[in-house]
Design a protein. Structure first.
Length: 276
């Protein structure tokens, strides 16, 4: 398992994802000195591959999102890595060179659009930038590539609606890099918002049978008002009282211990009953 830095452990100074109103397509790293402070270090190739692009002429800060001095390596199987903001004159390879895993390719710097010395590290799969964090800290895309079981379309749609995949074009880039069909996902998202609301249920009316789960205030049985608990009992609506409580007067319908159903009445609110 190859390390990106020659001498020190990594520490992340800026993660992959949304940043300053845009999207940070890589991860910014420095070394972490045993004495407890960030430091610069030599940069090593994550995996073996061939240099397909590089620069070694930047002498300092450049605006416009410049990588400054950098090395881009193709590893095959659609994977590429990019190492940016290297110090002037420190790049130790040329286009076409074969690079081995762990080989030193340069030194951290602050060339290009960089505010302080660090390494900007990217991983690309089929020309789409993907989250490089796991790879930076040890995972390999040459063997034992970290893979996640693909989620169901409904799960991905839920995550998109919750904002977990960002906005377009970031959303499309991230979904496709993760192996999902962007058009299929977006169509399903749109369908969610275009689904017509269910037709309103027909109002309960007098004479309907309902099932009761709740507390009712019983009356008209000769013993005065009292509270009773009913659970999964079938009753018949005999009166409806409109207003804030939306109360329904029900009488016992199928209880074997009641001889005269009309003499046992209880009031319930609408949340305590459902159609039988």
């Amino acid at each position: 398992m190859s390390k990106i830095l020659l001498n020190y452990e990594l520490i992340t100074t800026s993660p992959y994802g949304p940043r300053d109103g845009g999207f940070h397509g890589g991860i910014d790293l420095t070394g972490y000195h045993p004495d407890g402070y960030n430091c610069l270090d030599y940069i090593c190739a994550k995996e073996a591959g061939t240099v397909i692009a590089m620069r070694n002429t930047s002498t300092g800060f450049e605006s416009g999102g410049s990588y400054g001095n950098y090395v881009k390596i193709d590893h095959g199987n659609g994977y590429q890595t990019l190492y940016a903001h290297m110090a002037y004159g420190s790049v130790k390879c040329n286009v076409g060179d074969r690079i081995e895993a762990g080989q030193v390719i340069g030194y951290m710097g602050a060339t290009g659009t960089a505010y302080g010395g660090h390494l900007h590290f990217e991983v690309r799969k089929n020309d789409q930038r993907i989250d490089p964090t796991d790879y930076a800290y040890g995972a390999s895309f040459m063997s034992n590539t970290p893979t996640e079981e693909k989620k169901s379309l409904d799960t991905i749609v839920d995550e998109v609606i919750a904002g977990e995949w960002g906005n377009w074009p970031e959303r499309q880039q991230r979904l496709e890099a993760a192996g999902y069909n962007y058009e299929e996902v977006q169509s399903a998202v749109n369908a969610r918002f275009n689904t017509p609301a269910p037709a309103p249920e027909e109002p309960i009316k007098e004479g309907d049978l309902v099932v009761v789960n709740g507390i009712g205030t019983a009356s008209s049985d000769g013993s005065g008002a009292r509270t009773r608990m009913y659970s999964e009992q079938t009753m018949k609506v005999i009166d409806i009282k409109s207003g804030a409580t939306n109360a329904y007067a029900l009488n016992q319908y199928a209880q074997g211990n009641v001889k005269d159903y009309s003499q046992v009445t209880a009031w319930f609110n609408k949340d305590s009953i459902r159609r039988a």
